[in-house]
Design a protein around this ligand. Structure first.
Ligand code: CMC
Length: 427
């Protein structure tokens, strides 16, 4: 039997090739559909559309599997480091010890920001949301690093990728420092990527800052869990922006803007705010009823996913990391008990069972981040910091593809058909 897909439209039959990837659903290559039939496909929200070919990240949403370059996220989170995963995403293979050392060294050499960029922060209100600052400052990088914006040059692409990964912690920590009115702390390249970020965020010039290794490890693991996630909304935004030839700093700023929304990266902030609003476990049933009520816009934040119809494997690691951090810092948070109980009740409720709604990565992350000392407004910033490597890896993959074209979807037009202009005095 032919491996083609057959489409009958009117009296005509058309065939389209079915293409197989290394794993996952086959795709129907419909690139000739419009030329042959004069019709478009209609798929708002891209629920059935593969927008590109990619060898980076694979998700099996039914089984709760997430692989980066073939490696399961659980193994990477337990055994690897964020720098190692960054190398893997950018280069396709795990690094040798020498390659990892060189890569970490290169990244550490790019951690500083142009001094004039630091003055940029002062133009923001003190109470600006740090994601607003992130959109602005990351976009502004294009004005400072012209020497790495020739996207046709692979060396430029590599330098800009390294710069973005390296500078993101400095930019994020400065956004935090500005909001609390403390001086910016310059990077210390003798520390790890994550240790350096912790110091720039929580250190002050007046005192020596000791990095807590358990917190450092936990945050590094959170960064690994957020490093990439296939063609999600912000990654698709980065690819679409990049498809026009825009420079990488502008593309990543576009990704940050998309990530900010509560249905995407903003869900970690929304999830913790929701847990605070629920407060004690006795109030959970009321909120579960609200989440099920079609006339109430309330949703359980940190629950449900477009792709996962099973437990998000990142949520599993996140839950165990909460316990580790609490133990190390010798703290507890009653909201963790509320979260555990909410999960238990929701997972036994027919509404959530039927719709296959499980906790996602954002359900527990806020509890850890808050225990470490981050305010809720910084949660999505941390997501953006970690996702930057995935965004630049995806952007590089797209630009390196010789068949790359500008992204240009079409539409189902439902507005008025052609009509004559009516002069103002006749309306
Ligand atoms: N609480 C209550 N009902 C829900 C929820 C929820 N969190 N999520 C989905 N549903 C219902 C929804 O009302 C719909 O019901 P019906 O079929 O009766 O209309 C059904 O489940 C399918 O939902 P959908 O909105 O059509 O599914 P989607 O794939 O478009 O949305 C989602 C996925 C993640 C936006 C959604 O589950 C959601 O809004 N969750 C809360 C926000 C959240 O936690 N986002 C973080 C996602 S993971 C991190 C990231 O990738 O950024």
């Amino acid at each position: 039997m032919s491996n083609d897909a057959r489409l009958i439209a009117g009296n005509e039959e058309y065939t389209y090739p079915v293409v197989s990837g290394s794993v996952g659903p086959d795709v129907i290559d419909i690139r000739k559909l419009y030329a042959q039939t004069g019709m478009f496909t209609y798929d708002p929200g891209f629920t059935s559309t593969a927008s590109c070919e990619s060898a980076l990240t694979y998700i099996d949403g039914d089984e709760g599997v997430l692989l980066h370059r073939g490696y399961p996220i659980g193994q990477l989170a337990e055994q690897s480091s964020f720098m190692e995963v960054s190398y893997l995403l950018l280069n396709g293979e795990l690094p040798s010890p020498g390659q990892l050392k060189d890569f970490s060294h290169t990244i550490s050499r790019h951690t500083m920001l142009h001094e004039q960029l630091m003055t940029f922060y002062r133009g923001f209100r003190r109470d600006a949301h740090p994601m607003a600052i992130m959109c602005g400052v990351v976009g502004a990088l294009s004005a400072f690093y012209h020497d790495s914006t020739d996207i046709a040059d692979p060396v430029h692409r590599k330098i800009s990728s390294h710069r973005l990964v390296a500078k993101m912690p400095t930019i994020a920590a400065a956004a935090y420092k500005y909001s609390v009115g403390q001086p910016f702390v310059y990077p210390d390249n003798s520390l790890s990527y994550t240790g350096n970020f912790l110091r720039m965020t929580f250190g002050v010039p007046a005192e020596k800052y000791e990095v807590n290794p358990v917190v450092e490890r936990a945050l590094d693991r959170i960064f690994i869990l957020h490093a990439d996630h296939e063609q999600n909304a912000s990654t698709s935004t980065v690819r679409l922006a990049g498809s026009s030839g825009a420079n990488p700093f502008a593309c990543i700023a576009a990704g940050i803007a998309c990530l900010w929304g509560p249905a995407h990266g903003g869900a970690n902030e929304a999830a913790l705010n929701m847990l605070k609003e629920i407060g004690t476990p006795d109030r959970i049933p009321h909120y579960i009823e609200r989440a099920k009520d079609k006339n109430d816009p309330f949703r359980l934040m940190g629950f449900g996913h477009r792709v996962y119809k099973n437990y998000d494997p990142r949520a599993t690691v996140m839950q165990s990391t909460v316990r580790e951090v609490f133990k190390s810092l010798n703290v507890t948070d009653p909201l963790f008990e509320t979260a555990l109980r909410l999960e238990e009740l929701a997972l036994n409720d027919p509404y959530f069972i039927e719709k296959k709604l499980f906790p996602n990565v954002d359900f527990y992350s806020g509890i850890i981040l808050s225990a470490i000392g981050f305010p809720t407004t910084m949660f999505t910033v941390l997501f953006a910091l970690a996702r930057t490597v995935g965004w630049v890896a995806q952007w590089n993959e797209m630009i390196s593809d010789p068949g790359q074209k500008i992204g240009r979807p079409r539409q189902l037009y439902t507005g008025p058909t052609s009509r004559d202009y009516v002069s103002l005095d006749k309306r």
